[in-house]
Design a protein around this ligand. Sequence first.
Ligand SMILES: Cc1cc2nc3c(=O)[nH]c(=O)nc-3n(C[C@H](O)[C@H](O)[C@H](O)COP(=O)(O)O)c2cc1C
Length: 164
Amino acid sequence: MKGAIIFSTKYGSTAQYANWIAEATGLPVFNIKDSKIDLSMYDFLVLGSPVIYYKLTIHKWVKKHLAVLEQKPIIFFSVSGAPAGPKLDEWIAKSLPKNFILKMKHVVLRGRQRPEELTLFDRMMMKIGGFFNKDPQARKEELQGFDLMDKSSIEPILEMVREL
Ligand SMILES: Cc1cc2nc3c(=O)[nH]c(=O)nc-3n(C[C@H](O)[C@H](O)[C@H](O)COP(=O)(O)O)c2cc1C
């Protein structure tokens, strides 16, 4: 089966995971901003998106292409500060159609946030969020940034691609 990796990214960490998956599998890799993607050429897709302000940034692209995506096996990786759990599940439920969530195989990856890279708006929002956050770990991450990037965490995705 022929597959492709398609991702959305704001600060590059999801692009980094997509490129690691591409290196390991030999699959072509596209940013959703790339107008050259012809979805009809692929039998399955690996989709990746970060969570930014409690939503997957790929949500509009998925809705736009839903009819085609519903016809194909989908491996989906989310990239977030939060770990797997009810909070992340809730943000995913807010971002994607229910049937699509039920059908996709989801792998949770952890991202990176470097305060010095953020836009002024995002930096201010992180400061405000951190100030009001009651969870001490999340508060520290919002205020000081974090790097939870882990190349080995793509292994379950590579295994799913091998099965397809
Ligand atoms: C402005 C901003 C908002 C974010 N909002 C969330 C969030 O709501 N939940 C979460 O778990 N992580 C959040 N994060 C962490 C990102 O998911 C993490 O930094 C991710 O690696 C970003 O992916 P990217 O580098 O591909 O854009 C946020 C990061 C930024 C910079």
